[in-house]
Design a protein around this ligand. Structure first.
Ligand SMILES: N[C@@H](CCC(=O)N[C@@H](CS)C(=O)NCC(=O)O)C(=O)O
Length: 271
């Protein structure tokens, strides 16, 4: 039995939902509201000591790290493979998933919280807000502090939004990856080669994030290959259930509303 702990606006969780759906694997879903600090609860920290989603539980075995989980699923359930057949394309696939882990996901936290989620957090009652800002206490706090820059930046991002130190640079990293995708798609139809793979599964949530923030102009105006790739990703029968239906309507509304408010500033940053 497969169980997935996830959240409607988590890019990492969307990646695993997409892989599960593409492999036609049924699972039991547990919603962890990271915007209410449910990921800091002691029972969740036992599963995922870094207090992040997703977490996959397979027959009692706990797996963390979305990229590792996706490869695990492809190993454990070889039908409908999501890794390319050739060594060369597999290496390409892993360069994309590595880039997501090392650059794009860390940047996305800043992009999403600065342009939208900070407004959602500000709606929390003052005591819950402070609790959220502090994060988990005791031993768990040391493990969560694995990303000290983020812990330190959270308060400034909530207060200042896109003007907070470091946020503009994160939008530029994002923009750079959109360009890298558009360039790669010049040579092949999918990111790693001739077939849809975990490279596409990994990048789709990040393009979808910008789309839900109303920032699709970043590819519709000047990146035709990326626009075509995203249209093909959206046309897959798995896309809507994994990316849109699972996002609560109020959260989708907040992403669209606050994203639109942030867009002029983003446009200015990206020139
Ligand atoms: N490297 C981890 C990153 C997981 C991660 O950062 N998840 C985000 C959502 S995409 C999260 O749970 N954030 C909660 C928080 O920072 O409080 C993975 O790929 O699974």
């Amino acid at each position: 039995m497969l169980e997935l702990y996830h959240h409607g606006s988590s890019t990492c969780a969307a990646k695993v939902r997409f892989a599960l759906a593409e492999k036609a694997l049924p699972y039991e879903a547990h919603y962890v509201d990271i915007l209410r600090g449910e990921n800091f609860r002691p029972e969740y920290l036992k599963l995922n000591p870094q207090a992040v989603v997703p977490t996959l539980v397979h027959d009692g075995e706990v797996l963390v790290e979305s990229t590792v989980i996706c490869e695990y699923l492809d190993d454990a359930f070889p039908d409908r493979p999501l890794r390319p057949a050739s060594a060369r394309d597999r290496a390409r696939m892993r360069l994309w998933t590595k880039a997501v882990d090392e650059s794009l996901q860390p940047a996305t936290k800043y992009v999403t919280y600065a342009s939208c989620h900070r407004h959602i957090l500000k709606r929390l009652p003052p005591d819950k807000f402070e609790q959220y800002m502090r994060g988990p206490e005791g031993e768990a706090a040391i493990r969560v502090a694995g990303d000290p820059a983020w812990v330190q930046s959270k308060r400034a991002i909530v207060e200042l939004g896109i003007a907070a130190p470091g946020v503009a640079e994160k939008f530029r990293i994002y923009d750079l990856y959109l360009q890298k995708m558009d360039d790669a798609l010049r040579a092949r139809p999918w990111l790693a080669g001739a077939t849809f793979s975990l490279a596409d599964v990994s990048l789709a949530p990040y393009v979808n994030r910008l789309d839900m923030l109303g920032m699709s102009e970043l590819w519709t105006r000047s990146r035709p290959r990326l626009a075509d790739w995203f249209a093909r990703v959206q046309a897959r029968p798995t896309f809507k259930p994994c990316f849109r239906d699972v996002c609560p309507p109020d959260l989708a509304h907040d992403l669209a509303t606050y994203g639109a408010q942030s867009w002029p500033e983003v446009r200015r940053i990206l020139g």
